[in-house]
Design a protein around this ligand. Structure first.
Ligand code: 13P
Length: 262
């Protein structure tokens, strides 16, 4: 981590925790975040839990006198409204209390056919709608084994960087090797750092200030036991956490590990 970039830890709950258990978890995470200075924290519940979670977080903020965590959608549609059954737009996420949205998660790319082009359109729709997108990139095991990791990841980065340019300053990038997601196989900190540095170099070719400011998160089997080592790398500015964000103790331990040394 570099001091100019505030570490960001985001919990992607995926299709776990509805409004009832989600409110309890978010309130606990918000309390822990109040005690953990120097980092930014986001949780991404399923759509149906967003408003209740945002409300619970606001209640903690009122009581503690500071906004402890942000709330993210896990996906969005590119249009603001219309006949798109089952979809949710950026303005709707904002109305539900979100300031963030995850875009192009590998599960969206692999299971729901999202292309680089669609991911770029969603990233733009998020920014235009007033949200900070967390744009996910990452290679499959087959691509890594074939030595194509940087080709694939940098192609995905350029697909958002080329059309958006400096507007990408509102976004955070997340490198999530697909083979490390939910498998317990974490990239070594050196391998992750190599990819993060290559992503930052690609941003830098376009805009040095953008590269210096943009946070690049690592995701894929981040746990309390491995988070400090990953976060100690120069170009790893935080984590996008799946399974370990589903309970407050585990996520809280990751938040504490992310605290900058004082
Ligand atoms: P896990 O932490 O469960 O591997 O999930 C990572 C992820 O996909 C976060 O978006």
């Amino acid at each position: 981590m570099d001091a100019i970039r505030v570490p960001l830890i985001a919990g992607n709950w995926k299709m776990n925790h509805g409004g009832v258990s989600g409110v309890v978890l978010a309130a606990s995470v918000a309390e822990i975040a109040c005690e953990t200075a120097g980092i930014e924290v986001v949780v991404a519940p399923p759509f149906t839990a967003l408003a209740a979670v945002a409300h619970a977080v606001e209640e903690v903020a009122q009581r503690r006198g500071r906004a402890p965590i942000g709330v993210a959608g896990q996906n969005l549609h590119i249009e603001a409204k219309g006949a798109f059954t089952g979809e949710v737009s950026a303005p709707m996420l904002v109305e539900a209390g979100c300031r963030w949205v995850i875009v192009g998660h590998s599960e969206r790319r692999q299971l729901f056919g999202e292309t680089d082009e669609l991911v770029a359109k969603k990233t733009l729709a998020a920014i235009v709608g007033g949200l900070h997108p967390i744009v996910c990139v990452g290679e499959t095991l087959e691509e890594r084994t074939a030595g194509r990791t940087l080709d694939v990841v940098l192609r995905q980065v350029r697909a958002v960087l080329e059309p958006l340019g400096r507007a990408l300053g509102a976004a955070v990038l997340a490198y999530e090797p697909v083979w490390a997601i939910g498998t317990g196989k974490v990239a070594t900190s050196a391998d992750a750092q190599e990819v993060h540095a290559a992503i930052r170099a690609t941003l830098s070719q376009r805009d040095g200030a953008l590269a210096a400011r943009t946070r690049i998160l690592y995701g894929g089997s981040v746990k309390p036991e491995n988070s400090a080592e990953l976060l100690s790398q120069l170009d790893i500015d935080g984590a996008l956490v799946g399974g370990a964000s589903l309970d407050a103790d585990g996520f809280g331990a990751i938040l504490r590990a992310a605290r900058p040394a004082s």
